[in-house]
Design a protein around this ligand. Structure first.
Ligand code: MG
Length: 377
């Protein structure tokens, strides 16, 4: 069977407060609309795609569609249809422009639809005539009515998603009956005027981007890396991650030379595009002589949080020939988690020797690599 796709992209998306159609918001290199349409464009079972848009946004959408044609190694009809006043009218107009046996109707604001879900919807529709992806709600849902509010039986509730998939003629016939009424989705129209749709398991990740916070994870994750090394000398304390470790030597530096804290600080600063620790805490400044790096790390965390970011996780590797660090790792992780305002399962520290090679292998110094992920608070 031939498969058509209709992407509903004519809404204003005002709840997202993006200052423009939310589908034009960038998720990394591409817009939300590019990702959504691209998910279908790249699927081998899809034969044509219509994108229903607000007439005033045709030019902008055309640019995005051209970008999609250039991104994928296949060529199928991909075109714009004009949306109507409501989603119901938009879909009705869009259905008239399609040629397949099956139609998948999908929200433009669901860019995370998977290849697997698309495939399953097509197969089920070929078999039984429809596919309505749904998942059980995780929240307890209450109903409100003029007589009061009460919890609904969660076992009887389903959160439905798109793509909603039907035989094109069936859903066209259902839409022919809608008149001026407005419906929240296509399955509601199908159910009222044709038949009960067949459910299929939806996907947790297939979220609809609706509110401003929905866009945070989509565009504001930032990674950072940091590296530091210090010389090992006698008559110095060895401090790693703010924890004093018994050893015959310690690290030399202007501060306490906590190489792990330093690498993590630079990773945090780098992720937030702030100046590095050399700029913030210069080793020419007597103020930082013998400084406790754990305190400096706290200051870095404060600066990063001031920029509107929080750490999601921190990962570091300590490169040291000696001493054995495994017995101290729990304490180091606990300490770092406290300093960075995350939990211990968000801190991963590994240790390695260099098999006797190089300055680390000769026990002349210790090095540390760190990476962090930040998210918008
Ligand atoms: Mg350093």
């Amino acid at each position: 069977m031939k498969v058509s796709v209709l992407i509903a992209a004519a809404g204003k998306g005002e709840r997202a407060c993006q200052g423009q159609n939310k589908l034009f918001t960038k998720m990394g290199a591409y817009t939300v609309l590019h990702q959504t349409v691209g998910a279908f464009y790249s699927h081998e079972r899809i034969d044509e795609i219509a994108v229903a848009v607000n007439p005033a946004e045709k030019e902008k959408v055309n640019e995005i569609l051209q970008g999609i044609r250039e991104s994928f190694h296949r060529s199928i009809p991909l075109f714009i249809v004009e949306g109507g006043e409501t989603r119901t009218q938009t879909v009705k107009n869009g259905l008239a422009a399609l040629h397949g046996d099956i139609v998948m109707i999908h929200d433009g604001a669901r860019p995370f639809v998977s290849e697997n879900l698309i495939s399953r919807c097509i197969l089920q529709t070929e078999r039984v005539g429809s596919a309505l992806p749904a998942i059980p709600p995780t929240d307890t849902i209450w109903g409100s009515s003029p007589t009061g509010i009460s919890p609904l039986n969660r076992n009887s509730l389903l959160a439905v998603q798109t793509p909603q998939c039907f035989l094109l003629n069936d859903i066209r016939n259902a839409y022919a009956c809608v008149g001026a009424e407005s419906y929240t989705d296509d399955a509601a129209v199908y159910c009222k005027f044709f038949n009960t749709p067949h459910l299929i398991k939806g996907e947790e990740d297939n979220k609809k981007l609706t509110y401003p916070q929905d866009f945070c994870f989509a565009q504001n994750g930032r990674v950072g890396v940091g590296y530091d090394t210090h010389r090992l000398v006698e008559n110095r304390k060895l401090i790693l991650g703010g924890v004093e470790i018994p050893h015959t030597k310690g690290l030399l530096g202007h501060s306490d030379a906590d190489v792990l804290c330093h690498a993590i600080m630079d990773a945090l600063l780098s992720a937030a595009a702030l100046p590095d620790i050399g700029h913030l805490f210069p080793d020419t400044d007597p103020k930082y002589e013998g400084a406790d790096s754990a305190k400096l790390l706290s200051e870095v965390v404060r600066l990063v949080e001031e920029q509107g970011y929080r750490a999601v996780n921190v990962s570091a590797v300590i490169c040291a020939q000696k001493p054995k660090l495994a017995p101290y790792l729990d304490k180091i992780i606990h300490n770092l988690a406290n300093l960075i305002h995350i939990s211990t399962n968000q801190v991963g520290i590994t240790c390695t020797t260099t098999e006797g090679l190089g300055f680390i292998g000769r026990e002349e110094g210790i090095a540390c690599h760190a990476s962090v992920l930040l998210a918008r608070t």
